[in-house]
Ligand binder design. Structure first.
Ligand code: PGA
Length: 275
């Protein structure tokens, strides 16, 4: 059974002091780190302090950036380079819908960022998802499939010749890994979600697509994101292809995030059919 993964995306929230108060609450709790992978994505300004505190008392927690630029360095005012994030983070969220839709990030930029994350030794958490208009036009899968194809272009080449010649692929740890979060744009921050069946259908299609696209890679864990809360997390996590969640608004309370993790772990174990 896959280890369930719980990502807290704090977005543009929390000062350093507020971040430390959050970690104090996690530290005072017995974290179920054997049963779950817990990842925090704080704002850039809190990364250093969060990383320091995590190193001292919460070492099972992973740290993620919320975005980054793909160039190594240079005259890119306001941007952050992969190596700068790598000092603090093992993961980086790439292609979040707020980046795509508010800041105009393109599929080609997402692809460069995914590659740059791998080059820097980070695990990208790749976000994909359709808008309401695309969904209404019946384009949900077409959009998700296109976003996966754009972002993962070049992955086969990185895997080495194994999949092209029939030889075993190199499975060393340098081989890029990633997580995918299906986040319908219309579900983010709205309190509205697709049904569990719709999430499962999309995740199953993504699993199939990724297995075709990357036959020699480890199957990436598939997260759902968009208005996840204490009430809906169990039914989502019981779905066969849902390996975890990417949580925004309701992860801002440490107590709330912890409760969701606990509920999610139980639900994940209850899956009648696991991958
Ligand atoms: P939300 O955000 O949980 O507030 O809907 C999820 C996300 O944007 O990752």
């Amino acid at each position: 059974m896959t280890t369930p993964c719980f990502v807290a995306n704090w977005k543009m929230n929390k000062t350093v002091a507020e971040s430390m108060a959050y970690l104090d609450i996690l530290e005072a709790t017995h974290l179920p780190s054997q049963d779950a992978e817990i990842i925090l994505a704080p704002p850039y300004t809190a990364l250093s302090s969060v990383a320091e505190k995590v190193k001292r008392g919460l070492s099972s927690i992973g740290i993620s950036g919320q975005n980054m630029y793909y160039e190594e360095r240079g005259a890119y005012t306001g941007e952050i380079a992969p190596a700068m994030l790598r000092e603090f983070c093992q993961y980086v969220i790439i292609g979040h819908s707020e980046r795509r839709h508010i800041f105009g990030e393109t599929g080609s930029q997402v692809q460069k960022k995914v590659q740059a994350a791998w080059t820097a030794g980070m695990v990208p958490i790749l976000c994909v998802g359709e808008t309401k208009a695309e969904r209404d036009e019946g384009l949900t899968w077409a959009v998700v499939q296109r976003q996966l194809a754009e972002a993962l272009q070049g992955l086969r080449a990185l895997r080495g010749p194994g999949d092209l010649t029939g030889r075993e692929a190199d499975t060393s740890s340098s081989i890029p890994t990633f997580l995918v979060a299906y986040e319908p744009v219309w579900a983010i921050g709205t309190g509205v979600t697709p049904s569990e069946a719709e999430v499962e259908e999309m995740h199953a299609k993504m699993a199939e697509e990724l297995a075709t696209r990357d036959p020699n890679g480890p199957p990436p864990r598939l997260l759902y994101g968009g208005s996840v809360n204490e009430k809906n997390i169990a039914s989502l996590m019981r779905e066969r292809h849902v390996d975890g969640v990417l949580v925004g608004g309701t992860s801002l309370s440490a107590e709330g995030f912890l409760r969701m993790i606990q509920i999610g772990i139980v639900a994940h174990k209850e899956k009648s059919c696991t991958r």
